[in-house]
Design a binder for this molecule. Structure first.
Ligand code: ADP
Length: 477
């Protein structure tokens, strides 16, 4: 009998994506399903953006009411199979027929509803999970609810923290408004007098994982622990860091349909993509001009304050091109818009979420800049490596685990890094990258190492399989 794992998540490619979580949910179930005695399925919300293309291809399998406190919410459950993985979708117009995925005042309530709806869906699935594998705060409450409602007594649970910063915090007063639980259940979810969805998951899950070994260590400390370090320490025996991979079929410069000039080993073919982007954005056309790329959510986490502190100087003093693709906090959007005006033709700020352009930029860049303050794993630097674009990162979390600083004497390493969260250290490393770029021997030695870097899912998949085995073994004791 196969082991059955149900992934619960708020986003996943190809259906909906706002960040790296979607890449993971879009790739990991597929590689897990290559394992003979395992089947993974996924359950997600049915957002408005899915209607035009996906909705008509889905099959409705049930409809029922879900209670959120005193409110009854009509719910429909849909199913679709995409690339060997079965996906279930929870439909509710009130909570999910909105323009965006997140960012609403009632996000807490929306995902309480989602978790209640997931649990209510279980009897209608042609799939009885052995393990609920919840991803991030939006799904974390399913772990508590499955225990309280004891849907399937033997069902075990895993929580993966993709980013500890986002916790789903609500006023404690909302407890009775949102849940049908007795007061005794507040304990696991209470945090500093508030309700904390992620904490409830950490507290109740059989195992907790995060997405790189370094981040798993870091979050035990107050600096990285986002107020939950004590709770993480209490679970440290059951905490494991498993590095994310990327979908190397989807992200492959030899076949990616988004990019103009396909390549695998040839740096000269890669450069054609740089020329394409220079032309597209009316920049100076020069294959030898170093191009720095950033693709990111505009939030403090991504080190944008460091960029703000030094970009003007870097662009004034150096003969380089810099392109940033991203959206988010308006303060950063304004800053990048303004600096684009100052450095016309040298600096491009494209303030949108654009998957196709992202892929074209991964292919076009010489360098990928990612000076994060913290980084649970980071997929962008892995995608950059896959497109032979050299990452420049701060040594934290998954960046530290995947980017090895280039040593020009030993010719080892696949990128550049700096240790302290300090703008001048970033500027110094950016200047150093130019020395290497202009030294053909050193540049090619680095380029060779970059080409050899590989972050496919296979190794991490085996670690998840082992973890599932441990979790299930513990159920028989
Ligand atoms: P996070 O999940 O914290 O946002 P990751 O590096 O793990 O960071 O994943 C980010 C993912 O989102 C990558 O696939 C990256 O290419 C993509 N991405 C980020 N911003 C944009 C954007 N503006 N347009 C297209 N893709 C983006």
């Amino acid at each position: 009998m196969k082991k059955r794992i149900l992934f619960i998540a708020s986003e996943g490619t190809p259906f909906v994506k706002t960040g790296g979580l979607a890449d993971v949910i879009g790739a990991l179930p597929n590689v897990l399903n290559d394992v003979d005695d395992l089947e993974t399925r996924v359950i997600m919300p049915l957002y408005q953006s899915l209607y035009p293309y996906w909705h008509s291809q889905m099959k409705k399998i049930a409809s029922f009411d879900v209670s959120v406190g005193w409110r009854k919410q009509q719910t429909a459950l849909y199913q679709i199979t995409y690339q060997r993985v079965t996906y279930y979708f929870i439909e509710n117009e009130y909570y999910f027929s909105r323009d965006d995925v997140y960012g609403y005042e009632d996000d807490g309530e929306r995902f309480v509803y989602f978790c209640e709806a997931v649990i209510s869906s279980l009897p209608y699935l042609d799939f009885e999970p052995n393990i609920l594998h919840a991803h991030d705060w939006q799904a974390a409450l399913t772990i508590l609810l499955s225990k309280v409602y004891s849907c399937t007594p033997k069902m075990k649970s895993v929580l993966t923290i993709h980013n500890l910063k986002y916790q789903g915090i609500m006023l404690r007063d909302s407890f009775h408004d949102l849940f049908h639980l007795d007061d005794e259940h507040i304990g696991g979810m209470e945090w500093q007098g508030l309700i904390n969805c992620l904490k409830a998951g950490i507290y109740h899950a059989d195992k907790v994982t995060t997405v790189s070994p370094s981040y798993a260590e870091e979050i035990k400390s107050p600096y990285y622990g986002e107020g939950l370090h004590q709770c993480i320490q209490d679970r440290s025996e059951d905490l494991v860091g498993i590095l994310n991979g990327i979908d190397t079929k989807s992200y492959h410069p030899r076949t990616d349909r988004a990019i103009r000039f396909h390549y695998q080993f040839s740096s000269s073919r890669k450069r054609l993509n740089k020329l394409y982007i220079q032309h597209k954005f009316s920049m100076e056309i020069d294959p030898d001009k170093p191009m720095y790329v950033m693709i990111t959510r505009f939030v403090e986490q991504k080190g944008l304050h460091l960029i703000e502190a030094i970009l003007d100087q870097f662009l004034t003093e150096e003969d380089v091109q810099f392109i940033i693709l991203g959206t988010g906090e308006s303060h950063f959007e304004d800053y990048f818009h303004q600096i684009e005006q100052r450095f016309k033709g040298k600096m491009i700020a494209y303030l949108k979420f654009d998957e196709k352009l992202a892929r074209q930029l991964y292919a076009a860049g010489d360098f990928f800049v990612m000076p994060s303050k913290f980084e649970p794993c980071g997929l962008a630097q892995l995608i950059a490596l896959q497109y032979n674009t050299v990452p420049i990162v701060r040594e934290t979390g998954g960046l530290k685990d995947t980017v090895i600083p280039y040593n020009e004497y030993e010719k080892s390493g696949n990128g550049f890094s700096f240790t302290n969260y300090n703008a001048h250290d970033l500027l110094a490393v950016l200047r150093y990258t130019l020395n290497i770029f202009h030294d053909q021997d050193k540049w090619y030695a680095l380029f060779r190492n970059v080409r050899k870097s590989s972050f496919s899912w296979e190794e991490s998949r085996d670690q998840y399989v082992k973890l599932y085995e441990q979790v299930l073994a513990s159920s028989s004791t």
